[in-house]
Design a protein around this ligand. Structure first.
Ligand code: SF4
Length: 235
């Protein structure tokens, strides 16, 4: 138990979260750790396997999709998504960056490492969640995806969500949150709120890359992740 607590403290410290002793849940750390274990068990439960359906979506996209102009703008490969096919928690980013385009996996590199710590801070691992992007190909120069690109690609994300049926969806950053919710509200107005979305609860939060530039925002992300953990524990 002491090692688990030490792990949690380390994650909180790495996330820049201070003052955890003021967190009422923290004082009940023993039951808290057990609750995290229950979440992990639930995520691991061998429910009906639907990876073949995710495979079908991947096959439908194809290895050389040409449905939007990003196919001609320097993408190396399609970054489909990664994680548990029945994950109860799903993260949705904006688009692959340079490293993701190279490796074929979303959220690798420094922002990805921070996302991994955020996931671990609520007692889960990357293998137990699902991570995808709104669009599957890297926009040149990491520019924002354009409306026609989102329109061409987002149906595949919707299908992934419908197959995985997560309990909670966390859009990472302004662009993913605005596109999923079809709003122009700033992320500062969207985070801290819950939305019903395709059978899940959607909880927007800041993008890990933003946290790398603005470490003080890690506390707000931690507040969001506590909401996520509470929903998963009560489900
Ligand atoms: S972004 Fe999506 S729709 Fe556009 S080429 Fe890539 S996979 Fe196809």
């Amino acid at each position: 138990m002491s090692r688990e607590l030490a792990d949690h403290l380390r994650y909180y410290a790495e996330l820049g979260v201070t003052g955890v002793s003021r967190d009422p849940q923290w004082s009940a750390r023993v039951s808290d750790t057990r609750a995290n274990a229950r979440v992990a068990e639930a995520v691991d439960s061998p429910e009906a396997r639907v990876s073949d359906t995710l495979d079908i979506i991947k096959t439908d996209i194809g290895p050389a999709c040409t449905r939007c102009k990003l196919c001609t703008l320097g993408r190396k490969q399609i970054v489909f998504g990664v994680g548990h096919p029945r994950a109860r928690l799903m993260f949705v980013g904006e688009a692959p960056g340079e490293e993701e385009d190279k490796q074929g996996e979303p959220f690798v590199g420094r922002a990805g490492q921070l996302l991994t710590k955020i996931i671990e801070a609520i007692g889960l691992t990357r293998d137990q969640v699902y991570i995808a992007n709104l669009i599957k190909c890297r926009p040149p120069g990491n520019r924002n995806p354009e409306a026609d690109e989102v329109a061409a690609c987002e149906p595949f994300l919707f299908r992934q969500i419908d197959v995985i049926q997560p309990r909670v969806i966390v859009p990472l950053g302004k662009f993913a949150a605005q596109c999923l919710l079809k709003t122009t509200d700033p992320i500062t107005r969207l985070r801290g709120r819950r939305f019903d979305y395709r059978g899940a609860t959607l909880i927007p939060t800041f993008h890990p890359a933003y946290l790398l530039r603005n470490p003080s925002a890690k506390r707000e992300v931690w507040e969001d992740m506590k909401q996520v953990r509470a929903i998963l524990q009560n489900a």
